[in-house]
Design a protein around this ligand. Sequence first.
Ligand SMILES: NC(=O)c1ccc[n+]([C@@H]2O[C@H](COP(=O)([O-])OP(=O)(O)OC[C@H]3O[C@@H](n4cnc5c(N)ncnc54)[C@H](O)[C@@H]3O)[C@@H](O)[C@H]2O)c1
Length: 369
Amino acid sequence: MPTAIPILDRPIRLAVVGLGQIAELMVPAYLGRDDVDVVAGCDLDRERLERWRPDLPGALLTTDLDELLRVDADVVDVLVPTYLHAEVAVAVLEAGFHVQLQKPIARNAEDCERIIAAARRNGAQLRVLEDYVFFPPLVKLREIVGSGEIGDPVGLHLKVVNTGRGGWDVLPTSLEWQFEQTSDGRGMLVFDHGWHQLAVAIWLFGPIKRIFGWIGSTEIVPGLALDAPATLVWEHEGGLRGVLDITLAVDTYFKSEFYSCDERVEVTGQRGAVRCNRISSFGRQEPSVEVYRDGEIRSYHALTEGGDAGFAASAAHMVDLFRGRTTDPLMGADMADTVLTALLYALESSQVGTPLDVPTHDQASAPSR
Ligand SMILES: NC(=O)c1ccc[n+]([C@@H]2O[C@H](COP(=O)([O-])OP(=O)(O)OC[C@H]3O[C@@H](n4cnc5c(N)ncnc54)[C@H](O)[C@@H]3O)[C@@H](O)[C@H]2O)c1
């Protein structure tokens, strides 16, 4: 059985499966806290274990998942490639742990259902790690929308320009499986990265009822194409419309300590607008949030806004969840299912060339192609 929540009298004991690229953002968020103990780590690649050994002196580090599953932990972070999420997460859930799983929850509806069913069967907390909904400038944007300052929201515009220069060096093995994903139509830019944007849209304005995807392809080196340019257009159940532009500008330099891309989120209201000017990168170093109303612009310059800020805030939320200070996992199974369903319908609509109605998560399941 998973540890009973709340856990009040000691740090949360956490184990990590998959110590690749995203662990570079996830694990530091825990190391800075005295209410989380990273008690174990598992990776098939010994080099990745050695990379973390100095930071995790007391932890069990192993290449054997079964050994990790015998450790005394409350929650396991599953940070393996997305196509392995169901295999690893279900094993962890069946072994009696709460699970935090990197976004996207899975690459298809069937795997998503398997994971959610295993969590319910075992009475475990399932939390999908979506750092964007914790990124302080986006939290501020949502607060401003909710305050009524820009009037009733009437439109949402999200933009991602994928720049090819700047940012950290991503592990070649990480890029390998990401590039392979593109070949089955669930590519790195629309499926993997677009998940973040649809998650933000749904967090801001609720489920999507109709969506259209128009997904192109650009060869970046012979034999390797990425899924851009791409445009997704949708309508939320409340009637508000959103659009996401995904563009590839490989020769553009963009400053970042982490992933590099130019990301914008803008909500237009009846009386004004609020825009978040960056997420992963420092980019042009504009204020991270700007509000326009009645001929004046107010800028936010002092928010915590590094590309790692959402990860730190997400770790704090995880502690709140296991301490019993909140019951909302943000994001839980239902929301993850809602985001995945909308995303799969967007991909399907691009195939059939027409907008599609998106069922709510308790109606028919998402396309399984
Ligand atoms: N939140 C974000 O912004 C963000 C960014 C990048 C990746 N991600 C997500 O994080 C997940 C991992 O991506 P990544 O870029 O870190 O990939 P990666 O390839 O860099 O790392 C995955 C690691 O898992 C290990 N691994 C694979 N199978 C394993 C197994 N059965 N047992 C133990 N270890 C195993 C690999 O050896 C590798 O070190 C994906 O779901 C991805 O979508 C999220």
